[in-house]
Design a protein around this ligand. Structure first.
Ligand code: BG6
Length: 478
């Protein structure tokens, strides 16, 4: 049996994409509540104030806030061992600046954790998954301001303390390396520069962005230190968006480009969080890009001390890179790339590549040598709810099967992988497009892109398939 005993099979979601209940129990507005719905071809709008006539899908999402008991029961029925979820910072500190936390928010997650426990499911909790209190964006321009570090540490300390007996596995920032991209300004770093309106073409100040990312890396390290102090049993990980690339050709110039991409996109943050210092190539990268950062001696000490216990990541697809300017372009969750002639893509143009997952697992394990956890992997697709309440999604089963085989091979290669949580295990709002129509779940949620529907839950074919996989600890893939 390739998968170790106790392997954490499960699913993953994020508060802002699943909960809804945006003004319940004293929650403050978060930056995600200000994003409108979009599509594959028309980008989401970042509103600075609520605008008449626009729709904000994250405010309603899948209404987990009112359905959590039913949803967790369904996870239990599938046999989940783990559920990766996040805490909405603005549910705990509505503006981020209160002296005392919001009791209503603390209670909500307490109930969620109790319910998970009842069903024998281990929570894996992200402190910050693409959201922060809107007030911190309005007042400080998000992570661009160093003072936000203290506000985050206060929040982290509060939830570590309050849930110290309920949660063992924590992640600090979701896809922290998204800050390496202009797209990450708003969603990841809470930066909304003057003139920004389109989610896809945000006004970018590269120096500000990398300074903000530095603040997040320091905050992540501080959180790790706080967490270990509060409960030495905590296991705290980072979370990186793996966006692996291949050289399109064996032209050595393509090879150099491939190496540069891996360093700047995949390793820049992970090296800091696992090894406790910026990698050697960072200096040259900053110089080449006109970036000059304020990094204090104390920051360096913090980074050294606050290294993570395990490495977690998301993996959806791969792309190619080349120096050939005429190569065909392909899409991706955060990054565009060059089309790979050997791969098929989903409806949103993301190229499906299970072998890339095996490659990535081996690559990460050989670089870091610490336990790995896959906390996102999945297929967004258009599903059809049949009249009899069934949903036939063989494409999702196929994607899942091929990626489980790739994990199995990596485990046989010797990689220490201890869990897998499928992204969007219950249909939720897409981060990039704001659609419900881009569905990832094993559980269908009856709601459309405008929040119309009964919000009733239905089991897809993949629900039953994954249940068998979990039951057999990954043996039964028929
Ligand atoms: C990851 C994010 O990048 O990809 C999730 O952590 C996101 O929040 C997921 O939902 C899938 O992307 P999308 O845009 O299809 O929702």
């Amino acid at each position: 049996m390739p998968f170790p005993k106790g392997f954490l099979w499960g699913g993953a979601t994020a508060a802002n994409q699943i909960e809804g209940g945006y003004d319940e129990c004293g929650k403050g507005l978060s930056i995600a509540d200000m994003l409108t719905n979009g599509t594959h071809t028309s980008p989401r709008i970042i509103s600075s104030e609520t605008e008449e006539g626009l729709y904000y899908p994250n405010r309603i999402a899948s209404d987990f806030y009112h359905h959590y008991e039913e949803d967790i029961k369904l996870m239990g029925e599938m046999g989940y061992k783990a559920y990766r979820m996040s805490i909405g910072w603005s549910r705990i500190y509505p503006t981020g600046e209160e002296e005392q936390p919001n009791e209503g928010g603390l209670q909500f997650y307490k109930k969620v954790f109790a319910c998970l426990k009842k069903h024998g499911i281990e929570p894996v909790v992200t402190l910050s998954h693409y959201e922060m209190p809107l007030n911190l964006t309005n007042k400080y321009n998000g992570w661009a301001d160093r003072r936000v570090i203290e506000l985050f540490v206060k929040y982290a300390r509060t939830v570590f303390d309050y849930y110290k007996d309920d949660v063992k596995y924590w992640l600090t920032f979701n896809e922290i390396n998204c800050g390496c991209l202009p797209l990450g300004n708003y969603m990841s770093l809470g930066i909304r520069n003057e003139g920004t309106r389109s989610f896809l073409s945000q006004v970018d100040d590269v120096n500000k962005r990398y300074q903000a990312l530095h603040h997040q890396l320091v905050a992540s390290a501080r959180a790790v230190m706080e967490g270990h102090r509060i409960n030495p049993e905590f296991r705290i990980g980072n979370m990186i968006a793996m966006m692996p690339v291949y050289p399109l050709t064996c032209n050595p110039k393509d090879m150099l480009l491939f190496q540069k991409n891996w360093r700047e996109m995949q390793y820049y943050c992970g090296d800091v969080q696992v090894r406790g210092a910026y990698p050697y190539f960072a200096e040259k990268f900053w110089k080449d890009n006109g970036i000059s950062l304020e990094i204090t001696e104390e920051d360096r000490e913090t980074l050294k001390k606050g290294t993570v216990d395990f490495y977690s990541f998301s993996y959806y697809q791969t792309n190619c890179v080349t120096t050939d300017k005429n190569a065909a372009v392909s899409a991706g969750n955060l990054l565009m790339g060059v089309k790979n002639p050997y791969l098929q893509a989903n409806d949103w143009g993301w190229q499906i590549d299970p072998d890339g997952l095996r490659y990535t697992l081996n690559e990460l394990y050989s670089r870091y040598g610490i336990p790995l956890l896959i906390v996102e992997n999945g297929l967004g697709a258009k599903d059809v709810l049949e009249e009899d309440g069934t949903i036939h999604d063989p494409y999702r089963i196929e994607y899942l099967r091929s990626h489980i085989i790739a994990m199995e091979q990596a485990v046989e290669d010797g990689v220490d992988l201890f869990g897998y949580t499928w992204w969007g295990c219950i249909d939720l709002v897409s981060a990039s497009t704001g659609e419900m129509a881009k569905r990832y779940g094993f559980i269908y949620v009856d709601s459309d892109d405008k929040g119309n529907g009964t919000f009733k839950r239905y089991r897809k074919d993949s629900f039953y398939w994954y249940k068998k996989v979990i039951e057999s600890n990954g043996e039964n893939l028929d």
